[in-house]
Write a protein that binds this ligand. Structure first.
Ligand SMILES: NC(=O)c1ccc[n+]([C@@H]2O[C@H](COP(=O)([O-])OP(=O)(O)OC[C@H]3O[C@@H](n4cnc5c(N)ncnc54)[C@H](O)[C@@H]3O)[C@@H](O)[C@H]2O)c1
Length: 401
């Protein structure tokens, strides 16, 4: 494997769930793909000194800091990778762009449309100086999902009529599960809607090439008060066992909505953290005039394809095992049939980001693309509040990539 001279020194903020997933991808990417730049995992940031020192050691970072401003301003950093909760994305990203750093930011881009607009505007301005931005909608990079997009773009499904998407989890069904940051609006922006609904909004728009224009939504908070947490990371937490202290849940537990897409398709979406037994069930079905595609994250190496152009006697769903070297991202991995997993989507994400930065092209999804997702999230929240059909506001032309 040959890598070229260019070195990209990465600084990452946040070291828990996504911090670990991104670290694994940064560690792996140059060992799997032949890329025009080499990554150095230079600096990691967290607020607790002993914990971030341990994380640096465990996850493979050269140095650590407790001050994200030092990280974004450092002359020793070229790329800032934001893996913190949504309440800090805007401030960190804008400071990093102002310091001339390329930025990869986890989804959802921000907690509000206003913040997302500021971030997209800052990205558009930085782009003039060759600075690149990307938002971490990693599921686009599951090979079967990328392949769905190719099938649709090649016309294999004909005219898209239906999009059916669910993203279901069950990690807070217990009312004693504590009030972690994901259940607080000021920290997370919204609940299931922004956390997992954002993924299926991005994924379906990516696959179909169509954008959501309007929605009619219902949201619900089933458990309105919860014990305060002693500590949390990712989707795990411990309750504060010392007393009866509780706090209000200020986000949705579930969001369901119907939508229209600008190419004429009708769509349904469901995002819930109360789907008992469903751990991380992301499923998408697309029905077109010439066929149907079905993706299920629990079987992420497979794609189901119904080709209505085949003779009637042979019609039926075909299970395509997406592990051939001809399939997206897979030529660098294992021999056919030797499957891949969740973490590979992050390695693919880093591959595309590094390639774009090193070759001076725009990675996708850009901050402008992620702003458009934020506008859909906002329309869903407003629709649920008003109990009315709600149009998605257009992305302002000046920030469109
Ligand atoms: N792409 C995906 O599939 C996916 C999955 C999970 C989470 N996410 C997104 O990733 C982000 C982080 O989620 P997570 O699950 O990793 O959360 P987490 O709670 O596991 O980790 C958050 C990390 O941010 C750190 N942090 C918080 N505020 C900070 C600050 N001001 N300065 C420095 N560090 C700070 C915490 O110490 C912790 O290390 C969120 O935006 C979330 O929506 C994306």
């Amino acid at each position: 494997m040959s890598t070229h001279d260019r070195l990209l020194r990465v600084g990452m903020v946040g070291y828990a769930f996504m911090g670990a997933a991104h670290s694994q991808a940064w560690r792996t990417v140059n060992r799997v793909y032949d890329l025009p730049a080499r990554v150095r995992m230079a600096l990691i940031c967290g607020r607790d000194e002993p914990k971030v020192a341990d994380a640096a050691d465990r996850l493979g970072w050269d140095g650590h800091t407790t001050d994200w401003r030092r990280l974004v301003e450092s002359d020793e950093i070229d790329v800032v990778d934001i893996c913190t909760p949504g309440d800090s994305h805007c401030e960190i990203a804008i400071a990093a762009l102002a310091a001339g750093k390329h930025v990869l930011c986890e989804k959802p881009l921000a907690n509000t449309v206003e913040e997302a607009r500021q971030m997209a505007a800052a990205a558009a301005q930085a782009r003039a100086d060759g600075i690149r931005t990307m938002c971490g909608f990693n599921y686009r990079r599951v090979p079967a999902v990328t392949m769905m997009r190719q099938f649709v773009a090649d016309g294999r499904l004909g005219e898209i009529r239906h999009v059916r998407a669910v993203y279901l989890q069950d990690w807070i069904t217990d009312p004693q599960f504590p009030l972690v940051w994901r259940l607080q609006k000021d920290r997370a922006g919204s609940g299931a809607l922004g956390d997992i609904g954002a993924h299926i909004i991005d994924l379906t728009q990516f696959v179909t090439g169509q954008q959501i224009t309007g929605v009619s939504a219902l949201t619900e908070t089933f458990v309105k008060e919860r014990p305060l947490p002693a500590g949390s990371s990712g989707l795990a937490a411990q309750a504060d066992g010392h007393g009866q202290a509780t706090g209000q849940v200020t986000v949705d537990d579930a969001a369901v909505f119907v939508a229209r897409l600008d190419g004429g398709a009708l769509a349904t979406y469901e995002a819930s953290r109360f789907a008992t037994g469903r751990k991380n069930a992301l499923r998408v079905e697309i029905n077109g005039s010439l066929g149907t595609l079905v993706f299920d994250l629990e079987r992420l190496n497979e794609l189901e394809f119904y080709d209505a152009a085949r003779p009637a006697a042979e019609q039926g769903f075909t299970r395509i095992l997406v592990t051939e070297p001809e399939h997206p991202y897979l030529s660098a991995w294992w021999p056919p049939g030797h499957i891949i997993g969740y973490e590979h989507s992050f390695t693919h994400q880093m591959r595309d980001f590094i390639e774009a930065v090193a070759t001076g092209t725009d990675p996708a999804p850009s901050f402008a693309d992620a702003l458009q997702v934020q506008l859909v999230l906002d329309a869903v929240a407003r629709s649920a509040e008003l109990a009315a059909w709600t149009e998605v506001e257009p992305t302002l032309a000046e920030v469109a990539a």
